[in-house]
Design a protein around this ligand. Structure first.
Ligand SMILES: [Fe+2]
Ligand SMILES: [Fe+2]
Length: 177
């Protein structure tokens, strides 16, 4: 973990600094996903989280290796404040949900916010790797990006079913007598 400010003067230094943040991001997601699996009621949702935990462990290993390759063998992390905030918000949302359907919906919403952040992070890192002539790294980053996009699309598909179930339940309760 870095506690001092970095002097970022060029794209390579910026790329390395953001790989450090991506490593912290994947470590935090790896820690958060087991709770999300445990709290999910919809079996498809629990299974999607479980599969993505395996993928996330792969992302962690890939980012760590990419970082070591350009950072004299070091894999020191730098705090990803965005993911810390999203994970805290997800934990609050889980606590606030009054029933399992609402909890599933909020789990999907939180997970998609995380996936969208990851998509932005890996899209940027892949482009920077290309600009720096790090072609092999760019391919690896692109493969991670694909898995993040697929995870997001799967969550959208699962949300369709869960949201419809919640809407039907809500509509079944008369608001006027
Ligand atoms: Fe990831
Ligand atoms: Fe992800």
């Amino acid at each position: 973990m870095k506690f001092f400010s970095e002097n970022i003067e060029d794209l390579r230094t910026l790329y390395i600094a953001n790989l450090r943040k991506a490593l912290d991001m994947e470590q935090k997601i790896t820690k958060a996903l087991p709770t999300m699996i445990e709290k999910a009621t919809d079996p498809q949702l629990a299974s999607a989280f479980s599969n993505h935990l395996t993928e996330t462990q792969g992302h962690l290993a890939k980012v760590e290796s990419l970082l070591r390759n350009v950072n004299n063998g070091e894999a020191d992390t730098s705090t990803c404040k965005a993911i810390s905030a999203l994970v805290t918000e997800a934990e609050d949302n889980i606590k606030d949900a009054a029933d399992t359907t609402i909890r599933d919906i909020t789990l999907i919403a939180s997970a998609q916010q995380v996936e969208h952040h990851e998509i932005a992070v890996y899209g940027t890192l892949r482009t920077w790797a290309e600009l720096l002539g790090e072609d092999e790294a760019a391919e690896i980053l692109d493969s991670i990006l694909d898995e993040e996009k697929n995870a997001d699309e799967l969550l959208t598909a699962i949300a369709d079913g869960v949201n419809t179930a919640a809407a039907n339940t809500t509509n079944a309760v008369p608001t006027h007598v």
